[in-house]
Design a protein around this ligand. Structure first.
Ligand code: ZN
Length: 132
């Protein structure tokens, strides 16, 4: 794992949260993107070398909708940058972690991603991401 690539925050509205985080970080949202396969709309902001990903559900079956229903808005996941996502997935499987997808899938921001079940990581959803 190279570094924390971004922190994902579940929000009710990317537009409203985007305004708040623009004022908080004194910057502007540099990218918004719909990830239809995940049922989310995303917005990205940068603070120095660090990125924040805001996530809004676009349908009631979206994992973000379920998360907010259960826990309210807040930190949803921590994403780690990896160089070889398949090797890291295999390594984590060998370590007994439960992966939420068996093969890397297309995520936002030109990344291949895989999620690790939060039950095995002290309640924190972990994302692996590799630039493509
Ligand atoms: Zn993410």
């Amino acid at each position: 794992m190279n570094k924390i690539e971004h922190i994902g925050i579940a929000v009710n509205s990317v537009k409203l949260a985007g305004d708040i985080y623009e004022r908080l970080l004194n910057t502007t949202v540099y990218k918004t993107e719909d990830v239809a396969s995940e049922g989310v709309k995303t917005a990205f902001l940068q603070a120095g070398p660090n990125k924040i990903e805001l996530l809004e559900a676009t349908n009631p079956d979206s994992p973000i909708a379920k998360f907010i229903e259960k826990r309210g808005e807040g930190i949803h996941h921590i994403a780690f940058e990896v160089t070889d996502i398949e090797a890291q997935m295999q390594r984590l499987k060998n370590e007994g972690f439960v992966l939420l997808n068996e093969t890397p899938k297309q995520g936002a921001d030109n990344k291949l991603v895989c999620f690790v079940h939060p039950k095995g990581t002290n309640g924190v959803l972990i994302e692996l991401c590799q630039s493509i």
